[in-house]
Ligand binder design. Structure first.
Ligand code: UT7
Length: 330
């Protein structure tokens, strides 16, 4: 085993232009801006009108490559995480490979719902740490509008479409990069957040369509209760394990599912709200894209800087959850 450390060396993202605001949703279902903002913190989300998950992912990776100043042929591996693949197979990763012209890469998809980006990031890091790969792209992309029932007020207000990507490379300095990570799953959470239809359990039929089984189902209250505990626990655990106080942490990057869960996580860490990346108000819950979109936006705004200590914390269907500590390297 080598002593290489994997570092994020570039970021990129893509958000579709079309905005679906709370006012728009008020015209579609029995809801109101006040309820949505107080319960979730969401004001608007983006909707991809034409195209698929791979198109958003390809745009995010092109942005990343431009930011790093390298060509697609330099990529060794593409790990794509999504719950809304273009198709069951081939993988969306190979569709992205083809779209961007990454002819020297191989690729695969990974899924862990809203925890997908963290799980893919820590998996990608292993290919760098073993010394077998030099440039690994990890991309989270989800067209949540393709599995959202816009007559279901409890769910349609939550989700949006977007993609975000990071490049992993070996760090020149072992003090920088992905310092620590944790991943958890608990399958007893499966009945609370899922999409029932389309897979081998319930292959698509007229009946599965009529019963709306190709849409997200979430028992919001049940998920909330555990998400608020586990996301905060994972973040606090990684701080403790690395002997970090709230002053040592520059940024919390929480999965953007609900502003109340984000605030509870920051509170548990003792972090000032100014150190928390929040864009849920503009994008809603973009599932696997939420973390890399935050990283990319904050980097582009010049707020995420070399040397910053960044804690990522996630929770999603499964249940799945976890955290990572990163010393930002560019
Ligand atoms: O990303 C993966 C992980 N996911 C999460 O972390 C999400 C976790 N859950 C949540 O964020 C919250 O549970 C929700 C935002 C989904 C819902 O908030 P809540 O405070 O748990 O509301 P609720 O589901 O308990 O609903 C409260 C009331 C209900 O009415 P009654 O039964 O009290 O009369 C709902 O019917 O609000 C009603 N309601 C709405 N009212 C207006 C539900 N959806 C809406 C709506 N507009 N869109």
């Amino acid at each position: 085993m080598s002593n290489l450390r994997a570092a994020i060396t570039a970021v990129g993202h893509y958000a579709p232009e079309k905005i679906l605001s709370n006012a728009d949703l008020e015209k579609m279902v029995d809801t109101n801006d006040e309820w949505i903002v107080t319960r979730t913190g969401i004001r608007e989300r983006r909707i991809l009108e034409n195209g698929a998950t791979s198109d958003m992912a390809a745009a995010a990776v092109r942005d990343l490559l431009a930011n790093r100043g390298i060509g697609p042929d330099e990529i060794d591996l593409i790990i794509l995480t999504t719950v809304t693949p273009d198709m069951f197979f081939p993988t969306t990763a190979v569709l992205v490979q083809e779209k961007i012209g990454a002819k020297n890469a191989w690729g695969f998809d990974m899924t862990a719902a809203c925890s997908g980006f963290l799980f893919a990031l820590t998996t990608g890091a292993k290919f760098i740490e073993t010394g077998t790969h030099k440039k690994v792209v990890v991309v989270g992309s989800d067209k949540m509008s393709s599995i959202t029932d816009y007559t279901d007020r409890a769910n349609c207000i939550l989700f949006g479409d977007a993609a975000g990507a990071v490049l992993l490379e070996p760090s020149d300095d072992p003090g920088y990069g992905i310092i620590d990570q944790s991943q958890y799953s608990d399958g007893s959470g499966a009945p609370f957040l899922y999409m029932l239809g389309g897979g081998s359990l319930n292959p698509p039929t007229h009946e599965t369509v009529d019963k709306k089984m190709h849409y997200i189902y979430q028992d919001g209250k049940a998920v909330f209760k555990i998400a608020v505990v586990k996301m905060a626990e994972a973040a606090a655990e990684i701080m403790k394990r690395n002997r970090l106080t709230c002053d040592d942490v520059d940024w919390l990057v929480p999965h953007q599912a609900n502003l109340r869960i984000i605030n509870a996580t920051a509170q548990r860490m003792g972090l000032d709200p100014s150190k928390v990346m929040i864009n849920i108000d503009r994008y809603g819950n973009t599932t696997t894209a939420s973390i890399p979109v935050c990283l990319s936006e904050w980097w582009k705004a010049g707020k995420l800087k070399k040397g910053h200590r960044v804690v990522i914390s996630v929770f999603g269907a499964g249940y799945t959850w976890g955290a990572a500590l990163i010393r930002w390297s560019f």
